[in-house]
Design a protein around this ligand. Sequence first.
Ligand code: CO
Length: 132
Amino acid sequence: MKIDHLGIAVRSIPEALAQYEPVVGGHGSAAEAVESQGVRVSFLEAGESHLEFLEPLRPDSAVGKFLENRGEGIHHLAFQVPDVAAALANVRAHGGRLIDEAPRIGARGRTVGFAHPASFRGVLVEFVGAPR
Ligand code: CO
């Protein structure tokens, strides 16, 4: 299972990119709002994977609350899978807890689904379908 990206919660995407771009190389994608999640995101290529910077659109969004409670930092780990529904079902079949009971459309128009951090040693895990 390939690591698709690491999600990093930040207060400002431009400020985060200004720090990361000179070190990682390349340029972050134009920020994209994901209204359903209350965030805007930018992806920066890092080898065969990406960093996803998440900036809250609203303080009461999940990422807004994360920043308030824990500050900036790694927010989630995303695995690329051929079938997001099957990946979620596999977690459930092994007694894991899900945040998303069914796949939905996330950033970049890709299918995503989240499992609960309680099922992965405190790590919020995202499954994301391959780019189309
Ligand atoms: Co993500």
